[in-house]
Design a binder for this molecule. Structure first.
Ligand code: P6P
Length: 339
């Protein structure tokens, strides 16, 4: 089955990566193992959601005002349970919770905050479309800010010590980075382990897909419609195909592996964009940059944005060097068009 291949589990890989963290005593790998355990629990429910009473909504809404799917609630509880057992974690923050949860906050061993979207794209669950989990890991600030929950959580994405996502698709893949490249692990259900399947992922410098919800084109500010039209008309040297799943993690995973560009622009309905900065755009941008891609909010680098609120939204444009440079060159037109 794996003749001659060197099988490496994500735990082995994390331990090797762990050596990059001065002073880390295996606590970081223990932290990440909490995420992989929760991911296995979530995927086992996602895979049989139709068979057990997990489909459908909870007839309640979350802090986003979105109808909570039953799997959202289960996924959030799985991550909260697995991660709260890690002594190195001081704060857990989730899309599903209005406020961050402090866990062993006063303990000197609590060095990290984990911020996550337990089940991104959950509105697609009932129609069996890929969904995902995203996570972002921030170190406790130094000095007087070290006891300030908000200061700990509201750090720019560039300060992330690790980030990643899990795609529950045709297979279950965990993609993560601790700042030393991007690596992907595929869950082997027969073994129950995530095995290294995509070592040192590099985003192609140009792709052939663009990914955006074209139903909003008439609501998008310049230069988004014109840029999308340029892609369609082959202005970047080749005609592009459109691919849009409606699950950010799945749409980004394709962009990471195949290249191209994903855009969730501001719209009339969502003037700051729809995606959340802390637990969607930041982890995605961290992974994109680590793989050689670029991620902006249409104007500035995502990872440079100073967050002001935990659930704040941002436009997101992320993808390959060629497409992202072409988009950046089009942006001055945006300035002209609003003057
Ligand atoms: P729209 C899922 O609800 C999500 O937050 C992202 O995963 C996805 O990219 C986006 O919303 C889809 O939004 O407006 O295109 O349906």
């Amino acid at each position: 089955m794996y003749e001659g291949q060197q099988l490496r589990t994500v735990q082995q890989h994390i331990l090797q990566e762990q050596t990059r963290f001065p002073g880390a005593t295996g606590e970081f790998s223990w932290l990440l193992s909490g995420i992989t355990l929760a991911a296995k629990m979530i995927q086992s429910k996602v895979r049989r959601a139709g068979l057990t009473d997990l489909l459908g909504s909870m007839d309640q809404t979350n802090v986003q005002g979105e109808v909570q799917q039953k799997l959202d609630v289960y996924s959030n509880e799985a991550l909260m349970h697995c991660l709260s057992l890690r002594q190195s974690i001081g704060i857990l923050a989730s899309e599903e919770n209005e406020r961050p949860i402090t866990v062993n906050f006063k303990s000197p061993s609590a060095k990290y905050a984990v911020i996550f979207d337990p089940l991104d794209g959950s509105s697609n669950i009932d129609v069996n479309v890929s969904v995902g989990t995203t996570f972002s890991i921030l170190r406790r600030p130094e000095g007087e800010d070290s006891t300030d929950v908000e200061k700990w959580v509201l750090q720019p994405g560039a300060t992330q010590v690790a980030a990643g996502y899990v795609v529950y698709g045709s297979s279950t893949i965990l993609v993560y980075s601790v700042g030393n490249g991007v690596h992907g692990f595929t869950l082997e259900p027969g073994v129950g382990a995530f095995l290294l399947s995509h070592e040192s992922i590099k985003m192609p410098s140009q792709g052939t897909y663009y990914s955006t919800n074209e139903g909003y084109v008439d609501q998008m500010p310049a230069p988004y419609p014109e840029f999308i039209q340029d892609l369609r008309q082959g202005k970047l040297g080749r005609p592009y195909s459109a691919r849009y799943i409606g699950s950010m993690v799945a749409d980004f995973h394709r962009t990471l592996l195949k290249g191209g560009i994903f855009l969730y622009p501001p719209t009339e309905a969502q003037s700051s964009g729809k995606l959340r900065l802390l637990y969607e755009a930041n982890p995605i941008a961290f992974i994109a940059e680590q793989a050689g891609g670029i991620a902006t909010d249409g104007n500035q680098r995502i990872l440079d944005i100073q967050p002001t609120t935990i659930h704040q939204r941002t436009p997101l444009v992320v993808g390959s060097q060629v497409e992202m440079q072409a988009f950046a060159n089009a942006v001055p037109a945006m300035a002209e068009s609003v003057n």
